[in-house]
Design a protein around this ligand. Structure first.
Ligand SMILES: Cc1ncc(COP(=O)(O)O)c(C=O)c1O
Length: 392
């Protein structure tokens, strides 16, 4: 039999897999590749969180199926966290749901909110699932430019004109933004909320990099805008702020109808995050604020080392104000071959793995993304490789 799976045909193989493969082949040949490709945090989860997991895992009561939408105490802690950080009131019963990481929560949220044929607006480039969740759900994508900053995106959004019956259903945003590292001010969200209200779409804001901001910058929550809960939900992830990427914990808060829709869909799909992980996540949100600046400082030092190093190799790249990424325009003389070819060259000639910008969308093709997941010593090694590649 020759089966066809039309949905899967709409999902191209991850471009990142190509780079990964090359990286593994080079490593097999004994080359020491500095891996700044995937944004996979390398820092240890703070001890109190790990200790609580171990303790909770020893209790057989926690071995059963848990609550798909998150245990009540976790949802209460999520709402306290929002109040403390942003002064935003969240009802833990109706306005908060725990998710198996932001990625799972986001993709199922999109699936819960749309019908095939709906239009979904998303910046290009973007974190891949931000556009592919809509593709998986059978939607049409409207892509907004963002490489030049929030104003560019906002102007394109303002200019979108549709008759009421054909208005887009969703607007997907995420600031600080992966991969471009674009950050926004609260006024940006005020205008966005106004636009959503007048045009009738719902906003999903992914605040995964809420804490990863540098040099005194602050990342606002969209829910700080008065009345935002009428038109928006926000996702958060414990993966970055608390170095808990493998644990798979995130949450979604805000608009009740959207939270209820996700809750309903997930009640069919899963039995919740392993309960000891939920209990440990309570400790993260309640007791681990003090660890966050230390984690952020590690990323800041790596950012500075990389930006300085690239400049010394003659590659001038703006220093990001947020995220754990450096979004670097490909040097002029390599630009015409595109980002995938350049990323291949980086492995072969600089022994450094980066993500080709094309993997984040067509408008990403002039760029590569460095993830700050190698230590400063390894970054110095990467810079030596890049210097010798670019100056050869
Ligand atoms: C914008 C954004 N959202 C979500 C995630 C993944 O979050 P989680 O680990 O909670 O699924 C990432 C990971 O790179 C990301 O860049």
């Amino acid at each position: 039999m020759d089966y066809r799976f039309p949905l899967i045909e709409k999902l191209p193989p991850y471009v990142f897999a190509v780079i990964n493969q090359l990286k593994m082949e080079a490593r097999k040949l004994g080359e020491d590749i500095v891996d700044m490709g995937m944004g996979n945090p390398d820092l240890a989860t703070p001890d109190p969180i790990v200790d609580k997991l171990v303790e909770a895992a020893r209790n057989p009561r926690n071995h059963r199926y848990s609550a798909s939408r998150g245990i009540p105490n976790l949802r209460v802690e999520i709402s306290r966290w929002y109040e403390r950080r942003y002064g935003v009131e969240i009802d833990p019963e109706t306005e908060a749901i725990a998710t198996i990481g932001a990625k799972e929560g986001f993709s199922h949220l999109v699936l819960a909110l749309v019908e095939p044929g709906d239009r979904v607006i998303v910046p290009d480039p973007s974190y891949p699932i931000h556009s592919f969740a809509a593709t998986i759900a059978g939607c049409e994508l409207i892509k907004l430019p963002i490489n030049d900053g929030p104003e560019e995106m906002l102007a394109a959004l303002r200019a979108l004109e549709y008759p009421r019956s054909q208005q887009p259903k969703l607007l997907v945003l995420s600031f600080p933004h992966n991969p471009t590292s674009v950050c926004v001010e609260p006024e940006f969200f005020e205008e966005i909320v106004g636009l959503a209200r007048s045009r009738g779409y719902l906003i999903i804001h992914d605040l995964a990099y809420a804490d990863l901001v540098f040099d005194g910058a602050k990342a606002p929550s969209i829910l700080q805008v008065k009345g935002a809960k009428d038109v928006a939900v926000e996702m958060f992830s414990l993966s970055k702020s608390y170095s808990m990427a493998g644990w798979r914990v995130g949450f979604c808060v805000g608009n009740r109808q959207a939270v209820a829709a996700l809750t309903r869909l997930k009640s069919y799909l899963d039995y919740g995050i392993f309960q000891p992980v939920q209990i440990a996540a309570i400790i993260a949100l309640r007791d681990c604020d003090a660890y966050v600046p230390e984690i952020v400082d590690v990323y800041r030092r790596r950012r500075d080392a990389l930006i300085r190093g690239l400049a010394s190799a003659g590659w001038e790249v703006p220093s990001p104000k947020g995220t754990m990424f450096v979004w670097a325009r490909i040097p002029e003389r390599f630009a015409k071959d595109g980002s995938l070819e350049f990323a291949k060259q980086m492995i072969a000639r600089a022994q450094v793995a980066v993500s080709p910008g094309i993997g984040f969308g067509e408008r990403g093709d002039g760029y590569v993304r460095f993830a700050l997941v190698e230590n400063e010593h390894r970054i110095a090694q990467a810079v030596r490789g890049i210097k010798s590649f670019l100056n050869s």
